[in-house]
Design a protein around this ligand. Structure first.
Ligand code: IPM
Ligand code: MG
Length: 355
């Protein structure tokens, strides 16, 4: 198959980690007889420096017209002084909205090889950590009006029934393909938007009798994720709650550097990115963990290109790399072999096989 991939290297460690993911895709294309064409897209701080805009229309167009987008990370202290609507992160939000990718899927799964890296007690980890956060990605407070008037700042949070329903359906369908448990997370004891959220989820539940729906307040959920993570199968939640809970969920699996994500809308053109940031403090030092990005590329193969065998081959290669005892600094532990970003990529590529 021929696939056109828009590639956003971004800022900080973005270029290094994306390079390794592209090397992985090249190996897959050679082994499996595909052609992957890459189109570079400027977004984030580097685009501000070049064009004075974190995502010029022409760059967004390249993404919308691609078969999928692979993104490293954007942002950094360098651009802290720029106005809110011109920040590097604004480029990312415009990209998500412009692509219409309303459904963000963030897995929290512990790799057995990294059980020691979890900050949780062994007895809790041993119960199992394997859940997915389905985060609404293009609505809510992120996309409401933001303004400052004198000494008062205003951010508006809005959700319509239609916006809640479409992400709710993804939650139910994701749970249906897994262990059949969906936990809807909101703050219905305080927010109107959360009361609407809860009402819509319960209306949808009638259409998915095979899925067990539960409700949880977001503050309680933050606690339950560290207290008893094995209770979760699929969590569905709104944009900002999902942002916060997914960082928490990633940490209990050992390292935020390991977690990929997919974002999809109505078409198969998805946005694939690790959930971590641009880590400017370690940029250019060849110490970043590229696995979150490599696994995001594997998700692209699986969910946008319908290449499950190729995706399995990449995930198995990551697992074999961990089995062999190699670790980047973020997940390093005693007795393991420390490697840099480039070496990590090379070792994983060496493990990719065609079954
Ligand atoms: C994420 C990030 C982004 C978000 C930032 C960089 C805008 O934290 O993808 O989780 O808040 O969505
Ligand atoms: Mg975040």
């Amino acid at each position: 198959m021929v696939k056109n991939i828009a590639v956003i290297r971004g800022d900080g460690i973005g270029p290094e980690i994306v390079e390794q993911a592209l090397n992985v895709l090249d190996k897959v294309s050679k082994l499996y007889g595909h052609t992957f064409n890459y189109t570079d897209v400027d977004m984030g701080g580097c685009a501000i420096d070049k064009y004075g805009d974190p995502l010029p229309e022409a760059e967004l167009k390249k993404c919308v017209e691609s078969d999928s987008v692979l993104l490293g990370a954007v942002g950094g202290d360098k651009w802290n002084g720029v106005p809110g609507n011109m920040r590097p992160e604004k480029g990312l939000l415009r990209l998500r909205a412009g692509m219409g990718v309303y459904s963000n899927n963030r897995p929290a799964k512990i790799w057995s090889q990294l059980a020691d890296a979890s900050p949780l007690k062994k007895s809790i980890v041993d119960e199992g950590i394997d859940f997915i956060i389905v985060r609404e990605l293009i609505g809510g407070i992120y996309f409401g009006e933001h303004k400052t008037e004198g000494d008062t700042a205003i951010d508006v949070l809005t959700y319509s029934e239609a916006e809640i329903e479409r992400i709710g359906r993804i939650g139910f369908e994701t749970a249906r393909k897994r262990r059949g448990k969906l936990c809807s997370v909101e703050k219905s004891n305080v927010l109107d938007s959360s009361r609407l959220w809860k009402k819509v989820m319960h209306r949808l539940a009638d259409e998915y009798p095979d899925v067990e729906l539960s409700d949880m307040l977001v503050d309680n959920c933050a606690m339950q994720i560290v207290k008893n993570p094995s209770q979760f199968d699929v969590i569905v939640t709104e944009n900002m709650f999902g942002d916060i809970l997914s960082d928490e969920a990633s940490m209990i699996t050992g390292s935020i550097g390991m977690i990929p994500s997919s974002s999809l809308g109505k078409t198969s053109c998805g946005l694939y990115e690790p959930i971590h940031g641009s880590a400017p403090d370690i940029a250019g030092k060849d110490v970043a963990n590229p696995i979150g990005t490599i696994l995001s590329a594997a998700m692209m193969l699986r969910f946008s290109f319908d290449m499950p065998k190729e995706a399995d081959a990449v995930e198995n290669a990551v697992s074999a790399y961990l089995d062999a005892g190699y670790r980047t600094a973020d997940i390093m532990s005693e007795g393991m072999t420390l490697v840099g970003c480039k070496k990590c990529g090379e070792l994983i590529i060496g493990n990719i096989r065609k079954d």
